[in-house]
Design a binder for this molecule. Structure first.
Ligand SMILES: [Fe+2]
Ligand SMILES: [Fe+2]
Length: 280
C-alpha cells in the first residue's frame, strides 16, 4: 500500500505520535482517503529503528479519519499538507527520457555548465601536458635536476586527476564529456637570463594563476545558471587548493630569484627532492 505514499526516514523514531504499529497493517483505503499527517515507527532495517514520516493529502472522510489516532485526541483532519508525490511526478519535468543517448539522471543542468566543465577539463589536461614536458626536460641527463623533475611529474599527474574529477562530475550530472585538442608544449625551458629552473617556475606560476581565473569563471557560470551544486563542487574541490598552489609556486619563484642560476639551483633542487614538494 505504501507504493502510493511518500516516506522520509527520520533517525531516532518516535516523533510524538500515538500511531505506532506495523504500518503494513493499515488498510490502503484508510491511508489514501485520510488527510492525516502522522509519524510512525517501523523497522526498516533489522539493525535500527527509524521514524517514517508519512504524508497523505487526499481529503478525508469522517469514517476513514477515525481509523487513524493522532495526538490531538480528536478526529479533526490535519490540514495544510500539500505534497502529493504521485500527482506531482506527473509533471513533464519528471518524465524519464527513453531516448538511448539521453541521460536519465540529468536534472537542472544547463548546457552552458556542461560546456564550461568540458573547457575546464581541457585546461587541466593542458596543464598536465605542459608539466609533463617540464618533467621530461629536467629529467634529461644533461640537465639532471631530479627534484624539479619529480615535482613536475607529480604536478602533471595532479592536473590529470583534476581533469578526471571534472569528468566524473560531468557524468554524475548527466552531461557528456567532450575532450578538446591540447596544444603541444615546448620542449626547451632554458632561458638566457633566468636559467631553466626560474623560467619554468615563473611559467608555472602564470599557468596556475590562469587556471584560477578559469575556475572562477566556471564558478560564475554555475552562479549565472543558478546551479549551487556545481558552485559547491568547484568551491570544495578546486578553489582553495588553487590559491594554496599559487602561494607555494610564488615562494619557489622568490627562492629561485634569490639563489640565482648557478650552484644555488642545485641546492633548491635537492631541497625539493628531499622535502618532497607536493604537486600543484
Ligand atoms: Fe588543476
Ligand atoms: Fe595546478
Amino acid at each position: 500500500m505504501f507504493s502510493s505514499a511518500s516516506f522520509r526516514a527520520i533517525e531516532g523514531g518516535n516523533l510524538g505520535t500515538s500511531f505506532t504499529s506495523n504500518s503494513r497493517s493499515l488498510s490502503s483505503s484508510a491511508l489514501m482517503s485520510s488527510s492525516a499527517h502522522f509519524t510512525t515507527t517501523m523497522n526498516i532495517s533489522p539493525r535500527k529503528r527509524v521514524g517514517v514520516l508519512v504524508s497523505v493529502s487526499a481529503s478525508a472522510s469522517a469514517s476513514d479519519s477515525a481509523s487513524v489516532n493522532t495526538n490531538s485526541g480528536n478526529n479533526l483532519p490535519v490540514s495544510g499538507l500539500v505534497f502529493q508525490p504521485f500527482e506531482e511526478v506527473k509533471n513533464e519535468a519528471f518524465v524519464v527520457p527513453a531516448a538511448l543517448h539521453t541521460s536519465i539522471a540529468r536534472q537542472r543542468f544547463m548546457d552552458e555548465c556542461e560546456s564550461a566543465i568540458n573547457e575546464q577539463i581541457n585546461v587541466e589536461y593542458n596543464n598536465s601536458y605542459l608539466y609533463h614536458a617540464m618533467f621530461a626536460y629536467f629529467d634529461r641527463d644533461n640537465v639532471a635536476l631530479k627534484g624539479l623533475a619529480k615535482f613536475f611529474k607529480d604536478s602533471s599527474e595532479e592536473e590529470r586527476t583534476h581533469a578526471e574529477m571534472l569528468m566524473e562530475y560531468q557524468n554524475m550530472r548527466g552531461g557528456r564529456v567532450k575532450l578538446h585538442s591540447i596544444l603541444n608544449p615546448p620542449s626547451e625551458f632554458d632561458h638566457a637570463e633566468k636559467g631553466d629552473a626560474l623560467y619554468a617556475m615563473e611559467l608555472t606560476l602564470s599557468l596556475e594563476k590562469l587556471t584560477n581565473e578559469k575556475l572562477l569563471s566556471l564558478h560564475s557560470v554555475a552562479d549565472r545558471c543558478n546551479d549551487p551544486q556545481l558552485a559547491d563542487f568547484i568551491e570544495s574541490n578546486f578553489l582553495n587548493e588553487q590559491v594554496e598552489a599559487i602561494k607555494k609556486i610564488a615562494e619557489y619563484v622568490s627562492q629561485l630569484r634569490r639563489v640565482g642560476k648557478g650552484h644555488g639551483v642545485w641546492h633548491f633542487d635537492q631541497s625539493l627532492l628531499l622535502e618532497g614538494g607536493a604537486a600543484v
